[in-house]
Design a protein. Structure first.
Length: 546
């Protein structure tokens, strides 16, 4: 069911606010290039395929694209194992295709940020091959190597080091998988007994960092608008976050002199550290409290579940500590899905459940990111085989985009046996073509919510956020978004059971509220207080009138 939407007002963006002006009402769309659109029939998505679908992306109402890595790679970790920071992988196209993608996106009013992987490379990167040689050379200290293969303390750290890899007498430190050696950003507090632990200002460390900054500038000059930085807080070792933050502040200061509209979002999951480090936004999902929102865990049901029993206060406590400390510095992003997380359409989750999650995602403060295919209800597929580092959940979230009924669901003209990953085999697999024909499809619902977010001043990224009703183990969750004299109230009840709540609005006496989206609630405002009754498995969004 497509919910009724109130009048969408065209509002100018406020002049003040953190980050570039274009990002203050921006909704991003994440594209995993391997599985979005194959233009040449080799079974793997590519940059020309993305260009082909830019009009569709624009039609969603989003303002920007986040593109996962497209660099030359060994592809043991789907492109997060880089072999050349300055070149597009051949399977995706060429550097000229990247330049054309940026230009074509800009023609449509879209910005493009690209993944940057600063913490490690592939073992096949030429820098690492030189680093692994016994004799000293320019790259000897560009990675973190111990000064001998058996060293004091290896018994406490062996899981992180690879021994016996090459002719070099030493072990290299990994930053993720075994084949991803850590680039050397230095140690915040080098151990004098371990001379291989270099300080952050060691000349070899500075030389490596200068080359990485040159790579960032290369892509900005080619036309991209910023970066999502992978594992951004993992660079300086033995750090409490301050040394990494100081590094990124310096990078940002230098880059924005030439590119003042630059947008940087980090995978740090510590907005206090990341936004102090010059990032415009940080993803908050690698924290213990995050699974309590959508996934649940042993002994703690998900809050967004029709079964009920969840506890919004568990997550909200962690969120508010970060939000209060950073509200004037930048944005917190709460992904509900991405290339590392399961899709929101999982077994047992209904269309209504998904709509409530979208209402949450698109009315919270900060910068929302939609994951390709979630707008049409693509499923999380279970039990898929390993492909390029996609163990478990990753595998089921990285299936090809479903464009139309027919062979390979329109993703590719290749033989199905040659696809990067098989498409959803279900007879009722949703497609863009089918969703476009249906005025009540999830796709149309998502477009309407995106439009609502971008048209209501109180839903802009920097608008204030204040929980009005959030109690341990209870539903609904109600919050107020405000910017100046504009106010929007959001009420979410994922539980199947109806609920009610009374709370102070904390505003001057308000008039009758205007329903903007949803159909499940009755909101009564009396002076500065409000009372809400809301059906089970429903949500509502109201403009609070003066």
């Amino acid at each position: 069911m497509l919910y009724p939407l109130g009048a969408l007002l065209a509002v100018p963006l406020p002049e003040a606010g953190p980050g570039p002006a274009w990002a203050r009402d921006a909704v991003f769309y994440e594209i995993y290039p391997q599985t979005f659109r194959d233009s040449n029939g080799d079974g793997i998505g590519d940059l020309p395929g993305i260009i082909e679908k830019l009009d569709y992306v624009k039609s969603l109402g989003v303002a920007a694209i986040w593109l996962n890595p497209f660099y030359a790679s060994s592809f043991r970790d789907a492109g997060y194992d880089v072999t050349d920071y300055f070149s597009v992988a051949k399977r995706y196209g060429t550097n000229e295709d990247a330049r054309r993608l940026f230009a074509e996106a800009h023609k449509r009013g879209l910005r493009v940020i690209i993944d940057f992987v600063p913490g490690h490379t592939s073992v096949d990167h030429p820098w690492f091959k030189e680093s692994a040689k016994a004799g000293r050379n320019r790259y000897t200290n560009w990675y973190i190597w111990t000064d001998r293969t058996w060293f004091s303390g290896i018994d406490r750290n062996q899981y992180a080091f690879i021994q016996g890899y090459s002719e070099r007498d030493g072990c290299y430190l990994t930053n993720f998988f075994w084949h991803q050696p850590a680039l050397n950003y230095g140690f915040a507090h080098p151990d004098p007994s371990q001379p291989w632990q270099l300080p952050v200002d060691h000349p070899d460390v500075l030389a490596m960092k200068a080359e990485m900054e040159r790579a960032l500038r290369f892509w900005l000059d080619l036309g991209c608008d910023g970066f999502r930085v992978d594992m951004a807080g993992s660079l300086v070792k033995g750090d409490d976050g301050s040394a990494c933050a100081a590094y990124w502040r310096g990078v940002r200061t230098r880059l924005e002199k030439e590119h003042p509209d630059l947008f940087l979002v980090s995978e740090w999951s510590n907005p206090i550290a990341a936004l102090n480090g010059g990032f415009n936004a940080d993803f908050l999902h690698w924290i213990p409290e995050y699974p309590s929102l959508f996934q649940g865990e042993a002994g703690r049901p998900a809050f967004f579940s029709a079964k009920g029993g969840g506890d919004i206060t568990y997550f909200l406590g962690a969120y508010m500590r970060q939000y209060e400390a950073t509200r004037d510095m930048g944005f917190i992003s709460l992904p509900f899905a991405n290339h590392d997380l399961p899709r929101i359409r999982r077994e047992g989750r209904t269309r209504r459940d998904i709509e409530i999650i979208y209402a949450f995602e698109l009315t919270m403060p900060g910068t929302p990111f939609l994951y390709y295919g979630d707008e049409i209800g693509m499923r999380q597929l279970e039990g898929l085989p390993f492909t390029e580092g996609s163990y478990g959940t990753r595998a089921g979230a990285r299936t090809p985009m479903q464009w139309k009924p027919g062979p390979n669901l329109g993703f590719s003209a290749a033989d199905p046996a040659h696809l990067y990953r098989a498409v959803d085999p279900s007879a009722d697999a949703p497609t863009v073509e089918d969703a476009e024909r249906d005025p009540h499809s999830l796709l149309q619902f998502v477009r309407a919510l995106v439009a609502l977010r971008r048209s209501e001043t109180a839903l802009l990224a920097q608008a204030d956020f204040r929980p009005l009703f959030a109690q341990k183990g209870l539903y609904p969750f109600v919050y107020l978004r405000s910017l100046g004299t504009a106010h929007v109230l959001v009420a979410l009840n994922p539980s199947d059971h109806p609920a009610r709540a009374s709370f102070p609005l904390g505003l001057a006496p308000a008039g009758s509220p205007t329903l903007l989206a949803g159909d499940g609630g009755t909101l009564t405002v009396s002076g500065t207080d409000a009372r809400l009754e809301i059906k089970g498995a429903s949500f509502c969004v109201y403009r609070i009138n003066p």
